[in-house]
Design a protein around this ligand. Structure first.
Ligand code: NI
Length: 388
């Protein structure tokens, strides 16, 4: 079954919701207007239950099928938050809020899940329960984790969970996914190096903290180059390097490095931390300095479950005919990872065509992706829980 006719009919209306959300972006957990808009639409559709305030500002809605003979429950998830970016698309639906922009297409995800909700509430052509999850704070705030910790999976009895993200560069209407790790984990580290400051003309009386920190930056590159199996994918990036010297004739007393580690492999997530600690502390020690490593765990890798991924790809194939089910993983992170740690499920990319990459000021969600995205969500429900 291709695009559902009813969803094709609703295309213009769903586009209107998407553009409204786009013009009114909100950040992190501060998605009050967006959540209210979502709840209002859901109320209009006549869904069975709406619960706001899950994971602080998330919204959960329940739609029951015509029958419920087996107690099956599927969760469908969209994210609602925008980014602190000044929009540069010049569109007539561009952000009306200075310095905030839906530059990752979460407005599109929310609108597509709303479209599917309306269709499912009208037709109810399934045997079981669909739970619609609208989450806050995907962009670094771990809103998905907050919803899981607020009992999302247990309170609504969710057995499987599915999510979707638009992908610039992939043709509109096409889908891509893979079993196993699809997106990376993202941890952050800070290294505080302390040497002995002094006069730049008397280095023998100091311990040059800048030199020590520079050695640490260089040696950290050996983790990926020399420790990691070349078949694995690990990124170690040092993003900032600051010393406390403000003059060319002063040897710094302290330095601070900040960086990030990305990996698809949970084992390498642990080993990279061990290597970074060892390299920082021992390199500093070799120079007579000291280093302290502060580790901040971020999102885990987004790991698709094999059976649910095969099913999600089959549904995408029936909707669009074009699915790459062995796409290469990518190294950004995604907090749907927490939902996939809690329940089996799959994450899917949907093509967003020829636009700037997500998080760019010129990024533009392509509304032509809407019918395929809505149909995929709805078809997941109807196929996984076929009407008796
Ligand atoms: Ni995103």
């Amino acid at each position: 079954m291709p695009i559902k006719n009813r969803l094709a009919e609703m295309h213009a209306e769903i586009t209107g919701w998407r553009r409204h959300l786009h013009a009114h972006p909100e950040l992190l957990y501060d998605v009050h207007e967006t959540a209210a808009f979502v709840a209002e639409r859901l109320r209009d559709f006549g869904v069975d239950e709406i619960t706001p305030g899950v994971g602080r500002t998330g919204v959960v809605a329940v739609i029951r099928g015509k029958t419920d003979s087996k107690g099956r429950v599927i969760g469908l998830r969209a994210d609602m938050d925008a980014l602190p970016i000044r929009e540069a698309t010049g569109r007539d639906y561009a952000s009306t809020v200075e310095g905030k922009m839906h530059a990752c297409g979460h407005d599109g995800h929310t609108a597509m899940l709303l479209g599917a909700a309306r269709y499912l509430a009208e037709t109810r052509n399934f045997d079981g329960t669909a739970v619609l999850i609208f989450q806050p704070a995907e962009e670094g705030g771990a809103g998905g984790k907050a919803m899981v910790e607020d009992g999302l999976m247990d309170r609504w009895g969710i057995q499987e969970v599915y999510g979707m993200h638009n992908m610039p560069g992939l043709p509109v209407g096409q889908f891509a996914t893979r079993p196993g790790a699809l997106l990376a984990s993202a941890d952050e580290f800070e290294i505080r190096v302390t040497g002995k400051g002094g006069h730049a003309a008397a280095p023998h009386m100091a311990v040059d903290t800048t030199l020590v920190a520079a050695q640490i930056v260089v040696t950290l590159q050996s983790i990926v180059a020399r420790n990691v199996d070349p078949i694995q994918r690990v990124v170690v990036t040092v993003g900032t390097f600051q010393t406390d010297s403000a003059a060319s004739n002063v040897i710094a007393q302290s330095a601070r490095l900040q960086g990030t580690v990305r990996t698809l492999d949970p084992e390498w997530r642990v080993r990279a931390e061990e290597r970074i600690r060892r390299i920082a502390e021992d390199t500093a020690s070799a120079f007579g300095a000291s280093a302290e490593v502060i580790w901040s765990p971020g999102y885990p890798a987004t790991i698709n479950h094999a059976e649910q991924t095969a099913f999600a790809a089959e549904v995408a194939r029936s909707v669009s005919g074009a699915v790459n089910d062995t796409v290469d993983p990518i190294m950004p992170a995604e907090d749907f990872a927490y939902m996939l740690e809690a329940r089996p499920g799959a994450y899917m990319f949907i093509g967003n065509g020829d636009t700037a990459m997500c998080h760019h000021p010129a990024y533009d969600f392509d509304d032509d992706a809407i019918p395929a995205g809505c149909s995929w969500f709805a078809e997941l429900v109807e196929r996984r829980m076929p009407a008796a």
